[in-house]
Write a protein that binds this ligand. Structure first.
Ligand code: ZN
Length: 836
């Protein structure tokens, strides 16, 4: 088969990429016009301007022979010793944190740009997909140790992309030695040979690769899409399949106990399934099934030819179940499925059954999915107390606020982890939706998703009648969940240049072998992080590369490989390491490491470790980088937000002390820190605060003919609030709109539709659609914030008297509370330690 290249626009999160055009014969198909735009695709266009290069050394770039796409290995070794010290880049500007109080930039914080030659940096992997805590990689481990900064990678490998180059080819070109996929950072020695950028083996260029389907010419292997795109997807030939690709199989496991029925969640799930069932990713082989449970387990036979669905109740939850229970139906056999979804909420409407046999229900569901693999979606509303996996309450609410040490962060039983590993072995992932206002022992239950590469969703005060905003949030999340892309029977391997080694992984998966993550399902909203060390000195290297390859089966039954490659320069001085520090990536990785530490050691240990991370790195900077000593707490500009982010972590739900925090809320925050992509993790850690009563179109973004106001980001301090104003706080999964007591009356009438402050309702979660410019601006801004993430943040309009005011105020990170330092006090503490 001839190589075919298609560029697939993916304009909605739910849309599947169209199957690539496969052409046989001698002529090549013409390319869709979109391909010409690849370099200007939204993803590429966001690449930061190449500003650091000139600061490092203007000599850097012209060293590259323009005729071939040269790899970094061709850099002259004499450049290796280049250092920043002659010219100080902006990232190394010395900042006295005690003096410069407002350090927040007005808009989003951009990661540092790796100092690579412009032609390489232009095609480097986008930081939203792949980034490193240090964009300048230290030459040796001892140099890294001196910097006291963590080295690791953060990935969002299956992110929905607006454009993605997809290649169909009978040969996927890989290094014969280390199996690295050919990428933009390899070196062509000549037209027939390429040198691997990870292990340096010289490989032959296969004949097929000599033809370039883009330029339609022979003899330009360096212009192939594989060496022009750091993110690319291959459609795999048959040798990448051990068995026929798995069909998409969806099994819904529903709690129908009295407690569950009371919440009213079943109506939403059934209604959402009825509405979105045709948008579930899949093909003609796709199957669907249902199990419900209380103290017994209920199976449903939806086979074709039945007049109506049959229900089979198994009351002996520990015993053998009849084989006839294990039937799934084809998705396109819709009749009995629709009947079931319409009648399910009523079937249990009057139930008095209070018990929950979750463990036995999960075992039954596992058996049902074992032959095919697939996705299990579990809806649970209480602490399971019956059968295997039964749990007891481990939380003492009276001790929540006073306890310095938080017990019971680790699972009470290994039942859920063991079952998750069985699921992983059979290519089954388990997603858990927990809807409960009472303690459910999420620390134990979450293991079922963590080790099977599933996700956890948590709606702590879900109630259909009393919490309409919670219902809306659940509905929106569910729609996204049902219709988003899914990758089945996936594995991900991360390779890096010889000398570097990956040792600790964060996220939801099972580590099958040293560097292979088993992902029975992969979803576009999952993030991962890894820690790295430097095993061998990288002395003769100008740059190193990292490659993440995600092999998965699409819902249409294609085996695909998505490959991301990132190249970073190697440096040999501490100041260069500091110059490339990515403070958000560092914070995100530290948060994951601190979650692990809280579980394996203790929360106070984790808190100390985070504080020490900021103290140690600033000490190293002070003693080893700064040549002129000055008073104050000094940080390089790129790390100026580090102490603030560390303080924010200490006050984050996951790690805070001295405040009443429900154990499940804390554990859920820990889960989110571990598996959410960095962009959403940062909003959880350090929310964005904006003043919104005076929004204007000045500097607004223009998206699809809508003007999106871009107010300035404010410091998280009560000092910044004004009684005359209205302030919006974006904390990721929740958005607060705080209304000052003397708020501008125009805002109240024109945006909230109320005559005065007293008329602002107690539970307001919706901005009315008023025909005023102010209303349109505010709604456009909130809508735009919501569109930036795959989950639906709830909006709370709050006044001084609102019960939620406390949650809003807890995010005022810079302020002092009874149990936690203010930002200034924290800086003084860090300074004291640094000066020791
Ligand atoms: Zn290699």
């Amino acid at each position: 088969m001839r190589p075919v290249l298609v560029l697939v626009p993916i304009d909605g999160p739910h849309q599947q990429p169209a199957p690539p055009v496969r052409h046989m014969g001698l002529s090549y198909p013409s390319l869709p016009p979109g391909y010409q735009n690849t370099s200007a695709s939204p993803m590429q266009a966001q690449t930061q301007p190449y500003s650091l290069c000139s600061l490092y050394s203007p000599l850097y770039c012209p060293m590259f022979p323009p005729q071939l796409s040269a790899g970094p290995a061709q850099l002259s070794p004499s450049l290796a010793g280049l250092s920043l010290q002659s010219q100080t880049p902006e990232t190394l500007r010395v900042v006295n944190l005690l003096q410069e109080r407002n350090l927040l930039p007005p808009g989003p914080i951009t990661p540092p740009t790796p100092c690579l030659p412009q032609d390489l940096q232009k095609i480097n992997c986008h930081p939203e997909v792949f980034r490193s805590t240090l964009t300048n990689i230290p030459q040796t481990q001892s140099l890294l140790n001196k910097a006291k900064l963590p080295l690791g990678l953060l990935l969002h490998p299956f992110k929905d992309l607006s454009q993605l180059p997809v290649v169909t080819s009978s040969t996927i070109v890989r290094c014969r030695s280390c199996r690295t996929y050919i990428n933009p950072f390899v070196t062509f020695l000549d037209q027939r040979r390429w040198k691997c950028n990870l292990c340096y083996r010289v490989n032959d260029v296969p004949e097929e690769f000599m033809y370039n389907p883009v330029t339609r010419s022979y003899g330009e292997p360096h212009k192939r899409p594989e060496v022009q795109n750091a993110t690319i997807e291959f459609i795999a030939p048959s040798e990448y399949m051990l068995r026929p690709p798995q069909p998409a199989v969806y099994l819904f496991v529903l709690d129908v106990s009295h407690n569950a029925v009371e919440t009213g969640y079943l109506d939403v799930v059934c209604q959402s399934l009825l509405e979105n069932i045709n948008a579930l990713p899949g093909d003609s082989r796709t199957k669907i099934g249902f199990i419900s449970f209380d103290s017994t387990i209920h199976f449903y036979n939806l086979q074709e030819g039945l007049a109506q669905p049959q229900m089979l109740i198994v009351s002996d939850i520990e015993g053998e179940r009849p084989e006839s229970a294990y039937k799934l139906c084809h998705l396109n056999n819709s009749l009995s499925r629709t009947d079931l979804l319409k009648s399910l909420p009523q079937m249990f409407g009057k139930t008095m059954e209070t018990q929950s046999a979750l463990g036995p229900a999960l075992q039954a569901a596992f058996k049902l999915l074992s032959p095919t693999g697939g996705r299990m979606s579990v809806f649970q509303t209480q602490l399971p107390k019956l059968g295997v996996g039964a749990l007891k309450s481990r939380e003492d609410p009276n001790q929540r606020a006073s306890a310095k040490e938080i017990p019971n962060l680790s699972p009470a039983t290994d039942f859920y982890k063991k079952l998750a590993l069985d699921c992983s072995g059979q290519q089954v992932a388990v997603d858990l939706f927990l809807l409960s206002s009472q303690y459910c022992d999420l620390a134990s239950l979450a293991c079922i998703s963590r080790y099977s590469a599933g996700s956890v969703y948590y709606y702590p005060s879900y109630q259909q009648q009393h919490n309409p905003a919670g219902v809306e949030c659940f509905q929106k999340d569910l729609k996204r969940y049902l219709t988003r892309k899914i990758g089945l029977e996936a594995v991900m391997r991360i390779r890096c240049t010889k000398g570097l080694s990956i040792h600790t992984f964060h996220g939801n998966f099972f580590v099958r072998s040293t560097d292979l993550l088993s992902l029975p399902n992969v979803n576009p909203d999952a993030g991962f992080a890894v820690q790295m060390s430097i095993e061998e000195n990288l002395v003769d290297m100008q740059s190193v590369s990292f490659q993440a390859a995600l092999l998965y089966t699409s819902s249409k039954g294609e085996r695909r490989i998505r490959v991301h490659t990132m190249c970073l320069p190697v440096v040999n001085s501490l100041s260069d390491i500091f110059a490339g520090a990515d403070v958000q990536a560092i914070t995100g990785l530290l948060a994951s490491m601190a979650v692990d530490r809280s579980v394996t050691s203790s929360l106070s240990d984790a808190r100390d470790a985070m504080t020490n991370a900021s103290i140690d790195s600033l000490t190293s900077y002070r003693t080893s980088v700064l040549t002129i000593q000055q008073p104050g707490l000094l940080a390089p500009a790129c790390l100026r937000l580090f102490p603030l982010y560390i303080l924010a972590l200490l006050k984050q739900k996951a790690f805070r002390t001295g405040t009443s925090t429900r154990l499940d809320d804390r554990v859920f925050a820990m889960c989110q820190l571990k598996y959410q992509p960095l962009a959403y993790v940062m909003l959880m850690i350090h929310p964005a605060l904006y003043r919104v009563d005076d929004l204007t179109d000045e500097g607004a973004l223009n998206i699809s003919e809508r003007a999106i106001p871009q107010p300035r980001v404010q410091q998280l301090s009560v000092e910044k609030l004004s009684r005359e104003g209205a302030f919006l706080m974006d904390a990721g999964s929740v958005i607060y709109l705080w209304i000052g007591r003397n708020c501008n009356p125009d805002f109240l009438t024109q945006v909230l539709g109320v005559p005065d402050y007293a008329a602002v309702p107690q539970n307001m979660n919706l901005l009315p659609e008023l025909d005023t410019a102010e209303s349109q601006r505010t709604r456009a801004f909130v809508g735009w914030l919501r569109e930036q993430r795959p989950f639906f943040p709830i909006l709370h309009v709050i006044r001084d008297e609102s019960p939620l005011k406390a949650s809003f105020m807890q995010n005022m990170i810079e302020d002092r509370t009874e149990s936690a330092l203010s930002y200034y006090e924290f800086l003084l503490h860090v300074q004291q330690q640094v000066s020791k």
